[in-house]
Design a protein around this ligand. Sequence first.
Ligand code: 7TS
Length: 419
Amino acid sequence: MSTGTRMSQPTSGGAFPVQRIRDDFPVLNQRVNGQPLVYLDNASTAQKPRVVIDTLSRYYAEDNANIHRAIHTLAERATQAYERTRSKVREFINAADSREIIFVRGTTEGINLAAQSYARSVLTEGDEIIVSAMEHHSNIVPWQLVCQQVGARLRVIPVDDDGELLVDEYRRLLSERTKLVALAHVSNVLGTINPVKQMIEMAHSHGAPVLLDGAQAVPHLRVDVRDLDCDFYAFSSHKLYGPTGVGALYGKADLLEEMPPYQGGGEMIASVTFEKTQYNVLPYKFEAGTPNIAGVVGLGAAIDYVQQVGLSAAGGYEHELLDYATGVLAAIPGLQIIGTAREKASVISFVIDGIHAHDLGTILDQHGVAIRAGHHCAMPLMQRFGVPATARASFAFYNTREEVDALARAVDAAIEVFG
Ligand code: 7TS
């Protein structure tokens, strides 16, 4: 099945072709509450290019069948499309082998898989798992569950006022009790890009494997799991311009081989009797039941799209937008940006004196501007910064400076209403 339909070609040697890229995203071309939509909630979920939407629809219209089990032509086509995406994911994150790519529902399920299959079988009482203070609940709660199950303990790396991890504190936390480190590659609230390569090296020197939560990293950075030398890497398709309900967990083959299955059912077995079940080989051992086949195929189209846009050109453009938006927002009296790390992806959280983030979000919506307001599934981080909630604008490579200006105008209007 071909996924290669039309998309914007970057202009040769010129600026990033954002207008042509916007044309690839039908949803952007609409008015909300009478105003042109300004979609700045990309860290929650990114919009989908037409090629992803078309791929999903074509998959169902032409190829739909269950995978890996039948001998008919449609099943063969569906299986090939599904497995092609596995190769694309492998290449996208530079894993050594497609067997190391497990399809899951998203980052959350990927982390739960590592927690229940790896950590639960390896950790014992008194062991420690290190996370950071800027984790999404998805990278906290699965580890708390394991800690309760095995009697292990969670340790937390603190962050400074700029939203950078205190690496010296991390060094102090590492010990022979450390059995796993689980870190956000990029923070969904602060935008901080963490120094994960160095932190992985430090964990490995204590014999502890590292899981990276890549949910906010893969849409912005080129990720190379072999260069990072991480042991697990989880991400979601829907933040990478792909469909919801699908994602991938990368794991080093030697770890995955040793791990017990996460769920039992069809596909994950080689043979079953009531006395004994032989598990399937990697990666199928971890893919019980009929997966989100269309979603996986759509993820393949999203990866192709992102590769064609070019992550480094897109990342550079997003960075310019981040700098511009930071300047514009910081100039608004009473507005405080939360998260001023030196290395940031295009996410800006902020609070405004006297206006609750939810009220701000509601007013912005009346101006057609979509942001997220709340605790962003990072309640411990909100506590750290002493705020109940933040407003968050997060930028994708289809956003523009004009949209940043529209955001600023809407914020001004909100201040007028409440001020
Ligand atoms: N980890 C991080 C760093 C995230 O930002 C998110 C989602 C997840 C894990 C969970 O991903 P899921 O696809 O499994 O749900 N973050 C957000 C957000 O910031 N706003 O909405 C979802």
